[in-house]
Design a protein around this ligand. Structure first.
Ligand code: FDP
Length: 342
């Protein structure tokens, strides 16, 4: 056998990996497998656009403003439509919700509904598109709670503990898909020459020692005393430990991805900057929940400063939450500082 043949046998495509995982669950019907594969395909389509964004006229802002009051960019809408169109007719979903849409995204009555619920942020970090900085798609999959027919709001408003699967696709120096179905976190890198996601990071664990902390330090004056003290602690100003390096891209998926692989803490705390956003900027359902699921699966932890993100019961689709995520000990330290100083 020649060397290239041996290498070929070692390659695990995302399809093979998802099917292998399914084999551990004899009761599985294959529907989740297909849903994950559809999301990987959507990721490839979005990646092909994002890498050409600087060239195409698609770059730039539209007139529209999304439900969060942010200017939507054309690539956001493209990503949103791509995920919708790949999933609306398959009979796998009861309902969808996206950060770019105010209400539920219903499945057309022309198509059957299925047993899963898909919640997604089609293009997170989109204010970075114009600057060639990594952006990402984040997705969450739940079982529906309602029995049958069109999915309901309650189907989407589930705590992260109920997640069946979650993941993200990061469009950076390469495109990667990272996901978990509750049995570890696995990362795949897109090989553009063959158009396949190949297993590159099996069973990701957050390294024991954090290397970085990631936060928008420009907001310091709007933080509570506890968050200020915690930041001083990470910088080695308070306490005995060595200062951590600061890395902040300002694109959640990119900051989370780096800290997942290198060890670190990302936080976007509550602040007083905007009275309309007393809980900070990030969304519980579209951002904090799925990343919290991945963090716990990789041996880390995510908190809103008081309780685990995964235990928060969402009350609204676009609810925001403070987020502290990364190495467990250091996130728990944030909880301690907040409990002590507020
Ligand atoms: P963006 O506004 O570019 O979409 O939640 C959105 C988000 O980016 C996150 O990806 C990112 O971590 C955060 O906002 C950055 O916010 P700041 O600019 O306030 O630091």
């Amino acid at each position: 056998m020649t060397a290239p043949d041996i290498d070929h046998m070692r390659i695990t495509t995302i399809e093979k990996h998802i099917l292998d995982e399914q084999r551990h669950h004899p009761e599985a019907t294959g529907i989740l497998t297909s849903l994950l594969y559809d999301l990987a395909l959507a990721g490839k389509v979005i990646a092909s656009k994002t890498t050409r964004a600087g060239l195409a006229e698609i770059l730039g802002r539209t007139e529209d403003t999304n439900i969060q009051g942010e200017v939507q960019q054309k690539l956001d809408q493209f990503a949103d439509r791509t995920i919708f169109r790949m999933n609306d007719h398959t009979g796998r979903l009861a309902v969808m919700a996206s950060e770019e849409n105010e209400g539920l995204i219903a499945i057309s009555e022309h198509y059957p509904t299925g047993k899963y619920v898909l919640v997604f942020d089609p293009l997170d970090g989109s204010s970075n598109i114009d600057f060639n900085i990594p952006i990402g798609t984040i997705f969450s999959i739940y079982h529906r709670l309602s029995e049958s027919g069109p999915g309901t709001l309650e189907d989407c408003l589930q705590p992260g503990r109920n997640l069946v699967a979650a993941g993200y696709i990061i469009y950076g120096s390469s495109t990667m898909l990272v996901y978990s179905t509750g049995d570890g976190v696995h990362g795949f890198t897109l090989d553009p020459t063959v158009g396949e996601f190949l297993l590159s990071h099996p069973r990701i664990r957050i390294p024991q020692e954090p290397a970085y902390f990631s936060v928008n330090l420009g907001n310091r004056k709007y933080w509570s005393e506890g968050v200020k003290q915690y930041t001083d602690y990470l910088q080695g100003i308070v306490g005995q430990q060595k200062a951590l390096s600061l890395r902040y891209v300002g694109s959640l998926v990119a900051d989370f991805h780096r800290n997942l692989l290198a060890g670190g803490i990302f936080y976007y705390p509550a602040d007083t900057k905007d009275p309309n956003k007393p809980s900070g900027k990030l969304r519980l359902l579209y951002e904090a929940g799925p990343l919290a699921f991945l963090a716990e699966q990789a041996g880390g932890y995510a908190s809103d400063g008081k309780m685990p993100i995964l235990d928060i019961l969402p009350r609204a689709l676009h609810q925001r939450t403070p987020l502290f995520i990364g190495n467990r000990d250091w996130v728990e330290k944030a909880e301690e500082f907040i409990a002590q100083y507020g």
